[in-house]
Write a protein of this length. Structure first.
Length: 255
């Protein structure tokens, strides 16, 4: 059974899983640590991302792609620029100085489309691969309906730098290493992040992750609670590519 009725209002959001590949395998992913004071997932490790704003929909309409997926891709790119200082999904790639100006403009509240025009940059939304969509339904103050996208770190990208507002730290690590840190009690990851890290830990490179994403058409994941062998578990469907599909409620960390 689900925790709460599915009609609970949700906040549309988007997040970007950035892959950094090198000679070593498996690839590293960009993680950010949220400030402990944040109402949602305070102190947890997450992928860059955030709410889909009305401006993201406005820019999608200007691009003649006025749909929710386009707005989510725009939001994922914008949030990754704001939070981590990485120009994923930009084409052509702006110069370092132009990109710094663009990021500063976003922090100052400039509309993304205007900031892009000033940087003489555009968007290449197809560099993002739709990977997953999660919408919890538990009785919580904030329910996020989040689309997850995969992307490769562009060649020549600057070093990632935390925005020091919502997030306090960022780092690159393999999915397996992040899971090990959480299992050792040195990091906190919420239920959706853990399940997605477990899925991503299966892949030797981004191409393998992209193939898996294309092999599993995205369906919204809404976890539910269920008694199994007398223990309450938080569960997800078993046909979406996730190697672990349940966890005892006593162990699950929720936002």
């Amino acid at each position: 059974m689900t925790d709460a009725p599915a009609e609970i209002p949700s906040i549309p959001a988007a997040t970007l899983v950035v892959f950094r590949e090198g000679n070593a395998r498996p690839p590293q992913l960009l993680m950010v640590e949220r400030a402990k004071a944040m109402a949602f997932a305070g102190g947890a490790l997450v992928f860059p991302g955030g709410r889909i704003d009305p401006g993201d929909h406005s820019l999608a309409a200007l691009l003649d792609r006025p749909d929710d997926d386009t707005a989510a891709r725009i939001a994922a790119i914008r949030e990754t620029i704001e939070e981590a200082g990485l120009p994923v999904g930009l084409s052509p790639m702006p110069s370092p100085s132009a990109f710094e100006t663009l990021r500063a403009a976003l922090h100052a509240g400039t509309a993304f489309g205007e900031a892009l025009a000033e940087a003489r940059a555009g968007l290449d939304l197809d560099t993002l691969e739709y990977f997953a969509r999660w919408r919890p339904a538990h009785a919580h103050a904030r329910i996020f309906d989040t689309r997850f996208y995969l992307a490769r770190l562009p060649a020549g990208a600057p070093d990632a730098r935390v925005d020091a507002t919502e997030n306090v730290r960022l780092f690159w690590a393999t999915a397996a290493d992040v899971l090990a840190e959480a299992d050792a009690g040195r990091a906190t990851i919420i239920f959706p992040t853990r399940r997605n890290l477990e899925r991503l830990a299966q892949f030797a490179d981004l191409d393998a992750a992209l193939a898996d994403a294309r092999a599993h058409p995205v369906r919204t994941v809404t976890p539910w609670t269920e008694m199994r062998d007398g223990i309450e578990h938080l569960c997800i469907p078993d046909d979406l590519g996730y190697p672990v599909t349940s966890e005892p409620m006593s162990d699950a960390v929720r936002g």
